[in-house]
Design a binder for this molecule. Structure first.
Ligand code: LLP
Length: 425
């Protein structure tokens, strides 16, 4: 979190004090650092320099237009999972030709939109999807570029809700069925089989499972070569974890180290591949680009001492940040202006009417009502998973650039939340 640091006892985003932002725009507020975002993307871009590689940012992690625009300007492509995300990429000035479309349930309308805009590739996850895509492309007089998402059955050793590469998961085509599925795809008249992809899970603190998945993809590419199905790209997905400050967690693998190991294997294999046929490498990172670029700033409303627990009631809630209640995720909460004095242990909870409305549990804090707290590393899967439960407008989003502060999404006001509704006569 080097772009979020205490300066004279006050937590800053770059050179801007967080209380200044809270005063100007209110709380809860997502505050992002532009420098952190660019630095995180640069770690990927630098490791890919001079290679045929594309970093397709998995925008489900954070799809604010300002973030997409900054990444697009750095040359990023995008990994999308809906037609809505494609429209966001275009609205942000991103290039559809650098977009890959993941997800198990693409609708005909979404396929048509993506074909019309000319995306780079559909990451197809099943045989029925292949047939649907073939029909839609045929009806438009087009050919759809296709990659198969192969499920390498590798244990990513992460939370079950965010592990996606095991046999029991709904994602991808089983490794053992992949060859047959490729044959089916290659025989369909309106598809161009161009690639292979996988994504084995998220928040991986070790790159060994990713490299294991790579080996399995390579094995399949070799087999496909012998069948005359020559792939042009290999997409290893996203998944690299970040440091949430969880006690006992090992440090995440640096992006450059992981990509270095991955490219070393690809180079060693590629030289011998089917006469040295080159392959483009695609990445789909989400969390490792945005998680530590953002904090969620919230205000303490009340302290409520209890018999078994003390509660620190804040103005952010589960609707603003789902990760703790949904995954039991541990998110670091720190005072924006730490005070001297005795600490008490609190569960930090929001005002939503659910017992599951907690953001952190059993934290030792010296706080008073009115104090600001910051949830660290909240830039990924925070705002994109936020809801309007309890008719709560979603938080304002602000991007700091040195001393400059830009509102990149206004706070929702309640009237906007029911503007699309109507009463019946
Ligand atoms: N590619 C595909 C096909 C994915 O499904 C995902 C994430 C990514 C790339 C990006 O993975 P990342 O680099 O961010 O690990 N809401 C959960 C995470 C869900 C991840 C879903 N898929 C959380 O807050 O932990």
């Amino acid at each position: 979190m080097s772009h979020f640091s205490y300066q004279d006892g006050v937590l800053h985003a770059e050179s801007t004090a967080l209380p200044k932002i809270a005063e100007a725009f209110g709380t809860p507020a997502y505050v992002y650092s532009k420098a952190a975002l660019l630095e995180n993307f640069a770690a990927y871009a630098d490791a890919c320099r001079g290679r045929d590689a594309l970093v397709c940012y998995a925008m489900k992690a954070n799809s604010n237009l300002a973030i997409l625009d900054l990444l697009a300007r750095e040359g990023a492509g995008f990994d999308i999972v809906s037609g809505g995300e494609l429209l966001r990429v275009i609205a942000a000035g991103g290039d559809p030709n650098k977009v890959i479309f993941s997800g198990v349930g693409k609708t005909e309308a979404e396929m048509r939109l993506a074909l019309d805009k000319g995306i780079l590739c559909f990451n197809v996850e099943s045989i029925p999807e292949l047939h649907r895509l073939n029909e839609v492309a045929g009806s438009m007089g087009k050919r759809a570029p296709v990659s198969l998402r192969v499920n390498p059955n590798v244990d990513a050793k992460t939370h079950p809700y965010i592990a996606t590469g095991l046999k029991a998961n709904k994602f991808g085509v089983a490794f053992d069925d992949a060859l047959d599925t490729y044959r089916t795809a290659a025989a369909l008249p309106h598809l161009d089989v161009v690639g292979i992809d996988c994504h084995i899970g998220s928040q991986l603190l070790d790159d060994a499972p990713l490299l294991e998945a790579l080996d399995k993809l390579i094995e399949l590419i070799d087999t496909l070569d012998t069948e005359g199905i020559h792939l042009h790209h290999l997409d290893i997905g996203g998944g690299l974890g970040v440091d949430y400050g969880v006690a006992g967690d090992k440090a995440p693998v640096p992006v450059g180290d992981y990509l270095g190991r991955l490219f070393a294997r690809i180079d060693a294999w590629g030289a011998g591949r089917d006469g040295g046929r080159p392959i483009k490498v695609i990445f789909e990172p989400g969390r490792s680009i945005v998680a530590n670029t953002g904090v969620l700033v919230t205000k303490v409303e009340f302290l409520k001492p209890g018999v078994e627990k003390n509660f620190c009631i804040i103005d952010a809630a589960m609707n603003d940040m789902m990760r703790p209640t949904l995954y039991g995720a541990w998110m670091d909460m720190q005072p924006v202006v730490p005070r001297e004095g005795e600490k008490a242990v609190y569960d930090i909870v929001g005002p939503v009417c659910e017992s599951g409305d907690w953001l952190a549990r059993e934290r030792a804090l010296a706080v008073e009502p009115g104090d600001l707290l910051a949830m660290l590393s909240a830039g990924a899967y925070g705002m994109t998973m936020a809801s309007n439960y309890n008719t709560r407008g979603r938080a304002v989003e602000v991007m700091v650039d040195g001393e400059q502060v830009h509102v990149i999404r206004q706070r929702e006001n309640p009237a906007e939340l029911f503007a699309l509704e109507s009463m019946i006569k």
